[in-house]
Write a protein that binds this ligand. Structure first.
Ligand SMILES: Nc1ncnc2c1ncn2[C@@H]1O[C@H](COP(=O)(O)OP(=O)(O)O)[C@@H](O)[C@H]1O
Ligand SMILES: [Mg+2]
Length: 234
């Protein structure tokens, strides 16, 4: 579904990602794991076309490398960005409405909003509340639901567990597991290797802008211990 070949991402003179290659098959959950500064967000930003990159990104059979952000969303890519970036002053429901702003199928869009508010009852109970009044975990749920409002073929999650208490982290990973069970293809970017590996079919370990290991949770063995050491999250 998603194929990335020799991706290089630079921020001005600083090269953050030095030519990485990875793939996400349809219906799978694949993790990109790495410590702070590894190049995870740079990679996600390049996939969405928010930052310039070189290399080849093919998605759903088409080369999207040179497409603008809107076209990539149209093609079926969506992201729940690092730090959630919800609209704090808008209600939960309004955030979801904005998530579907690129869609013109009004009735189906309304049905999707109802669907996600029902799927995640905490959001349903708070539908008219300003999103800024939600807890961190609830805001993350909203950010993910908002990303789903475009009906993506692939959902990119940039550190969904960042800054959340362990109990809430478990809830977020349960939510991701439910989405996976619904057949949504997921690229999960995380520092929390242990939790992410649990629900991933395959994982890549990123360090200093390079993939240093890849495999399943069974085959990664020592490498996942290394990752735990690098991130400080056991
Ligand atoms: N906008 C930017 N300008 C300059 N350097 C950046 C910018 N964004 C990220 N970097 C640098 O690129 C590297 C990778 O950062 P990032 O992709 O955010 O890593 P991660 O998401 O894994 O923490 C870091 O060294 C970071 O300082
Ligand atoms: Mg990041």
């Amino acid at each position: 579904m998603l194929n990335v070949e020799n991706l290089i991402v630079s921020h001005g003179p600083i090269e953050a990602v030095h030519g990485i290659s990875f793939a996400v098959d349809k219906g799978r959950c694949v993790s990109l794991l790495g410590p702070n500064g590894a190049g995870k967000t740079s990679t996600i930003s390049a996939l969405m076309g928010v930052v310039k990159s070189s290399g080849r990104i093919t998605f759903d059979g088409a080369d999207v490398s040179s497409l603008p952000v809107e076209a990539r969303v149209q093609a079926g890519m969506s992201v729940a960005p690092e730090g959630r970036r919800i609209f704090s002053n808008l209600s939960v429901e309004e955030n979801l409405v904005l998530g579907g702003a690129t869609r013109s199928d009004r009735t189906a869009k309304d049905a999707d909003i109802a669907h996600w508010l029902e799927t995640f009852p905490i959001l349903g109970e708070r539908r008219d509340q300003p999103a800024g009044t939600l807890s961190g975990g609830e805001q993350q749920m909203l950010a993910i639901s908002r990303a789903l409002m475009t009906r993506p073929k692939i959902l990119l999650l940039d550190e969904p567990s960042l800054g959340l208490a362990p109990k809430i982290v478990s809830q977020i990973f349960q939510m991701i597991e439910r989405l996976k069970a619904q057949g949504i293809t997921i690229l999960l970017v995380e520092q929390n290797a242990t939790q992410a590996l649990r629900l991933s079919d395959y994982a890549y370990l990123l360090n200093n802008g390079r993939i240093v290991a890849e495999g399943t949770k069974e085959t990664l063995g020592q490498s996942s211990a290394l990752m735990a050491e690098l991130t400080g999250i056991a």
